[in-house]
Design a protein around this ligand. Structure first.
Ligand code: IPE
Ligand code: IPE
Ligand code: MG
Length: 232
């Protein structure tokens, strides 16, 4: 395969285990989310310093609405605080913010913060931070197919990729899921078609630069064949 396919361009994190991390410490789940939000900045720094172009973070799924309201409110509040803190870094590192997901049910304040930051960073090309917020891959695909239903002629793979929230971004090369669960939970199914999957028992609030480095090193130890044969 071409050398470019070996490069780690896009990492997706399924940040799981905040609740169990808190439970182990006899704390409320919301405490785990707070610690989980704190862990993100170092992970992003390690990825971007290692030459990764795009990082996708699973922050809130379409299925997470089934949780208690106070937990949902806390997750959204923490996200707003994170964005407020991280916006300086986006400008410093010339990074574009993308939000994948339907922002209509979130608070006006959070929605406007997201929309403003997306618009203000739209011209940056060094890195992309893609946050999956009220995101579900099946909803995303249905939305994409609906947007294409009046298209003349056959629908192509490029049409579908271009109708997703991740339009213009490279496919996900590496998925990292913490907390020992081995499932995708509706995370970027189309974009992960040829990803490598790294599962670790570490709970998300304990995930740090060292753990990130380990996941990246593991990725580079993989032999990606893309259906071909080695050294073809
Ligand atoms: C992941 O941690 C964060 C979100 C889903 C928002 P969890 O809250 O799922 O933590 P566990 O899986 O219950 O430990
Ligand atoms: C996936 O984690 C969603 C996020 C990390 C935001 P969940 O904890 O919601 O997934 P399940 O319930 O284990 O599949
Ligand atoms: Mg979970």
């Amino acid at each position: 395969m071409a050398e470019k396919n070996k490069k780690l361009r896009h990492v997706g994190f399924i940040m799981d285990g905040n609740g169990r991390w808190a439970k182990k410490r006899n704390k409320p789940r919301t405490f785990g989310h707070k610690k989980g939000a704190d862990a993100i900045i170092d992970v992003l720094e390690e990825c971007f310093d290692s030459g990764v172009e795009v990082v996708s973070l699973y922050a809130f799924s379409t299925e997470n609405w089934s949780r208690p309201k106070d937990e949902i409110d806390t997750i959204f509040d923490l996200l707003g605080t994170f964005l407020k803190k991280y916006s300086k870094k986006l400008f410093e590192k010339k990074s574009r913010l993308v939000i994948s997901g339907d922002l209509s049910p979130v608070s006006k304040e959070l929605r406007e913060r997201c929309e403003r930051l997306m618009a203000d960073t739209a011209h940056f090309t060094d890195h992309v931070l893609n946050i999956a917020l009220n995101y579900g891959s099946r909803v995303e695909l249905v939305r994409a197919f609906n947007s294409l239903k009046d298209k003349q002629g056959d629908i192509t793979e490029e049409d579908i990729s271009g109708a997703l929230y991740t339009k213009g971004l490279p496919d996900i090369d590496l998925v990292v899921r913490t907390s020992g669960e081995m499932r995708l939970s509706n995370f970027f199914l189309w974009q992960c078609a040829y990803a490598e999957y790294y599962f670790t028992d570490v709970l998300w609030p304990d995930f740090n630069k060292e753990q990130t480095k380990k996941a990246i090193e593991w990725f580079y130890s993989r032999n990606r064949r893309f259906g071909g044969i080695e050294n073809a």
